[in-house]
Write a protein that binds this ligand. Sequence first.
Ligand SMILES: NC(=O)c1ccc[n+]([C@@H]2O[C@H](COP(=O)([O-])OP(=O)(O)OC[C@H]3O[C@@H](n4cnc5c(N)ncnc54)[C@H](OP(=O)(O)O)[C@@H]3O)[C@@H](O)[C@H]2O)c1
Length: 346
Amino acid sequence: MTSNPGNSEKIATTRLGANGPEVGVQGLGCMGMSWAYGPTDDPDEARATLERALELGVTLYDTANVYGREEGENEQFIAPFVRSHRDEVVLATKYSLSWDADEPAKRIIRNDPPYIRRCAEDSLRRLGVETIDLYYMHRRDVSVPLEESVGAMAELVQEGKVRYLGLSEVTAAELRTAHEVHPVAAVQSEWSLFSRDVEDGVVEAARELDVAFVPYSPLGRGFLTGSFVNAETELTSDDFRKTQPRFTGGNASANAELLEPVRKIAGSRGATPGQIALAWVQQQAALRGMTVVPIPGTRRRSRVEENAAATRIELSEDELALLEPIAGRVAGDRYPDMSFTSAGRE
Ligand SMILES: NC(=O)c1ccc[n+]([C@@H]2O[C@H](COP(=O)([O-])OP(=O)(O)OC[C@H]3O[C@@H](n4cnc5c(N)ncnc54)[C@H](OP(=O)(O)O)[C@@H]3O)[C@@H](O)[C@H]2O)c1
């Protein structure tokens, strides 16, 4: 399923879904360059990270209209890079989420066709490109029939505004329904050593349909690297992780202890804990016979190098067995409000 470039610095490649584009087996999450995980005060380093990733064979770049302090900020940030490497980059963006102007902490989810069209046109304008390579529904709005929303996305494909379709945080049944309306190239949901709820159906549905799985937050939003334990006391005031139940209070210290086997394997291999976490999620491709393209997010060149190198680590059966129990012991939900996820939907 993957092709290995031998001794080259570049990572291996794979196909994003049955008929999708070829991409590096690891992508780059760009969200943190504009928002969510602490200060974004070194844009030059973030820009250099975009370039360094491409040199390493990372070609799937992930953004969304909602990433930023204002709509489109992250799309605008990566736009010059994307335009200057248009043929090498597979550009993924998303619609459906926005912030409530009256209640800034509240997110609004919309999936109606006129809104989808408007979002796509806004993203195309901000990015300064003619086509979005991979256009995701970021969240499902259950008040709109899925067929209508995917139908609207399919129209964008027919018009040449979008090349491939993706869905984020959907159930297995939703993925199957959407795939009947129009082929889906990728499903993007949280999947890591700490977050394995997608294994209750949607991973298997993606495998069966030959839809690529794009794990977001494969480093557990940085927690699996060991770079912080308690978000409340260690991270800056605007950091989104301060609101996440897993990284606060007693949950944070209990969850940090679960990293012990990750550290142990990392130590014995001369790797970092983050690399072991990435290797675990990457290896699900071979273990399950499907396409898996994790998109770790970073704003730093040194980390994109470290993360790309993790694609070359193959964990042994014993190591996988040591890591297996971790997710079942994690304390706290993924989000403060789990209605923001696919949990609880059929
Ligand atoms: N579809 C969705 O609903 C959804 C939700 C969340 C995220 N996403 C997408 O998925 C991407 C990745 O997820 P994520 O950013 O939430 O989480 P992640 O990739 O699990 O972790 C990112 C965090 O880890 C740090 N980090 C990265 N590499 C590191 C390393 N080698 N050593 C130590 N720390 C490291 C980053 O900090 P530095 O930047 O300082 O390196 C950042 O704080 C996002 O950028 C976004 O594009 C999608």
